[in-house]
Design a protein around this ligand. Structure first.
Ligand SMILES: [Zn+2]
Length: 283
């Protein structure tokens, strides 16, 4: 499942072919993904210029010259493919239409952007740009972890007195938007905090270290995604799924990588989701 860094990588990959370009033709090949497409979506997209391509949490937002914004969510298995582009150093001929190619946007610069989603947990919606933040999927979100509204004071206030494990607290999208299971495991390892510790028992010193660690872990992954974009351009035009090495995520049984630790990465299940941690480093 794509997390914030993967979505940001997809956004950066789409930027050179979408921003400033006009959607010359839009094909929407089925009535719904996770939810029905908005009425007339193909007609409303056709002829619109993409004036900006933003990200909020795990959503990509394409602002259009028609005063509407296209919201794109990759869901579990959504993939964005670019073909036909002759911008920069890559060129991929349009592949034959594939199964699960649900939305195809032909840009006026010759690029084709294809949204392929085998499991259809993805979503697309259109809303007025002026009220985009009021969209039901966006209005519930807390601050961006890389933005200025996410800071020590905010985190401390939201953890104070909270009788839930710190792992669950950091996954709460009201507290901070876009943090998912993989990166929360990595953050807690770097912070030396056991995932099952109660949020209210995280010390103020630890809280002050968590904010920069969260930013660091996400920024490093975004950077890894950025360097992967070149490879994808050379490969098949698919964006966003890059090799990134994790210290604890999905590494149960491996030796802890902290120098001199000697511990072993352990997996537990919290709220139905796997947590990976080192029982020696994380207390
Ligand atoms: Zn360790």
């Amino acid at each position: 499942m794509p997390e914030l860094p993967e979505v940001e990588t997809v956004r950066r990959g789409l930027l050179p072919v979408m921003e400033g370009a006009v959607i010359a033709a839009a094909a929407v090949n089925r009535p719904d993904l996770r939810w029905p497409f908005p009425p007339g979506i193909a007609r409303r997209l056709t002829g619109a210029r993409v004036t900006g391509l933003r990200r909020r949490s795990k959503y990509i937002l394409a602002d259009l010259s028609t005063s509407e914004t296209l919201l794109i969510h990759l869901g579990m298995s959504g993939r964005m493919l670019i073909s036909g582009a002759q911008l920069g150093s890559f060129h991929h001929a349009h592949p034959a239409p594939a199964k699960h190619d649900h939305v195809v946007l032909d840009m006026d610069n010759g690029a084709r952007v294809t949204f392929n989603d085998a499991r259809r947990f993805g979503a697309m919606d259109l809303m007025p740009t002026a009220s985009a933040e009021a969209h039901p999927l966006l209005s519930v979100l807390g601050p961006e972890p890389l933005g200025n509204d996410f800071h020590e004071g905010h985190l401390a206030a939201r953890l104070k007195g909270r009788a839930t494990p710190i792992k669950s607290a950091l996954l709460d999208q009201h507290l901070v938007a876009g943090l998912g299971n993989i990166y929360v495991c990595e953050v807690l390892f770097r912070a030396g905090i056991h995932p099952a510790r109660m949020a209210r028992d995280v010390t103020s010193l630890e809280v002050s270290r968590l904010v920069p660690i969260i930013r660091e872990v996400l920024s490093e992954a975004i950077e890894a995604g950025g360097s992967s974009l070149k490879d994808y351009r050379q490969a098949d035009g698919e964006l966003g799924y890059f090799q990134h090495s994790f210290k604890v995520y999905d590494r149960a049984g491996d030796a802890c990588t902290s120098p001199g630790c000697g511990g072993q990465v352990t997996r537990i299940v919290q709220l139905g989701r796997s947590s990976f941690f080192c029982p020696l480093c994380q207390r």
